[in-house]
Design a protein around this ligand. Structure first.
Ligand code: UFG
Length: 331
């Protein structure tokens, strides 16, 4: 039996991908240090609690399981933290990822799907952003994602690896069956914070109301996490079919402002959400919208849940069940 190693498979996007893999008849194994991931998010796949920095454990995993491909999520992913602690990011996201490639090479595993980010583009020069848009990341997080893409490109040119890098825009929503959802601590993302505000009756801060956008707030391209997960399956299948490596955006090609997200959340939850107009968050681009034409054309990707309302509804279903079990708003 061959396995798909999913590093960071106990995290938000990783756990949804594991579910999708199982549904499609693959055998995932999760490798996660549970620093930000959750044991409960891994139900039917073996979980190896390990860090990518632990070369011995990683080798042992490759020795124990016959691994045919890797989907690599494990990373630190807080933009602000990356500015304050750049070394943590270069170590976790770059050195550890290089070690993963080395071990893959030792065990002759040469297929990898990499979790990249819209953060590789930095401040966009044009909208929508295609894969040809120049990369000028504005923070260490984005830099580590971009640098690892360069490493993959070089390694692939040398015939060492075949890869697909997926540049996500704003992942949102939760498993429509209610099994999985987004659980970060601390939480920094807009939609989960808006839903907390709705449930606990606390205000949500809008970071910046003076952007050059129709309502003055930042615009983002939200993509349902299940649609993201499906993109990984298509990427894996492409590698399995022996075709070329490549880089693909994953977004819906439609932008929503922070105020629009709050309005949709009010409709979904039936709650009035109080807002606090706050200063800009450093480093936030005013508008990020993807062109996902390439992945549509080359991999046949189509979103099943492109409506923001559906993303927020699935997130609300999951968050509400979590909030009900809490006596106060989480930090
Ligand atoms: N926002 C608020 N209030 C909040 C939280 C967020 O107004 O309490 C705003 C942000 O300023 C931003 C938008 O809501 O304009 C979305 O913010 P998120 O933090 O949800 O998402 P980001 O667009 O900042 O981050 C996403 C990914 C990151 C990735 C980054 C790249 O989640 O992993 O895009 O730019 F690095």
């Amino acid at each position: 039996m061959s396995f798909i190693l999913v590093t960071g498979g106990a995290g938000y996007i990783g756990s949804h991908v594991v579910k999708e893999l199982l549904q499609k008849g693959y055998q995932p194994i999760v490798y996660d240090n549970l620093d930000t991931g959750h044991r409960e998010a891994v139900r039917e796949a073996p979980l190896i609690e390990g860090d990518l920095a632990d070369g011995e454990k990683l080798r042992e995993t490759f020795q124990t399981y016959s691994i045919k491909a890797v989907i690599h999520f494990a990373a630190s992913c807080l933009v602000e933290e990356s500015v304050e602690h750049p070394l943590k990011y270069f170590k976790n996201n770059l050195s550890n990822s290089i070690q993963l490639l080395e071990v893959m090479e030792e065990f002759q595993v040469n297929q990898i799907v990499f979790s990249s980010s819209a953060a590789v583009y930095g401040e966009p020069l044009e909208i929508p952003i295609s894969e040809e848009h120049p990369s000028a990341p504005t923070n260490p997080y984005g830099e580590t994602k971009w640098m690892f893409e360069q490493i993959l490109q070089r390694s692939s040119k040398a015939g060492r690896v075949r890869y697909i890098s997926l540049r996500y825009f704003n992942a949102a929503g939760a498993d429509p069956e209610g099994d999985l959802g987004e659980d970060h601590s601390p939480e920094t993302h807009l939609i989960p914070l808006v839903l907390r505000a709705a449930f606990f009756g606390k205000p949500i801060s809008i970071f910046g109301t003076d952007y050059d956008t129709p309502d003055g707030t930042c615009i983002r391209d939200y993509i349902h996490v299940t649609d993201l997960a499906h993109g990984h399956l298509l990427a894996l299948q492409r590698l399995e079919s022996g075709r070329d490596s490549g880089i693909y955006n994953l977004g819906n090609g439609k932008g929503f402002s922070v105020r629009e997200v709050i309005q949709v959340a009010e409709r979904v939850t039936g709650e009035k959400i109080n807002i606090l107009e706050s200063p800009r968050r450093p480093g936030d681009p005013s508008c990020l919208i993807a062109s996902s034409e390439k992945i549509r054309k080359e991999l046949g990707w189509r979103p099943r849940y492109p409506e923001l309302e559906r993303m927020i509804q699935t997130a609300w279903n999951w968050h509400r069940s979590q909030f009900k079990a809490m006596s106060r708003m989480p930090d």
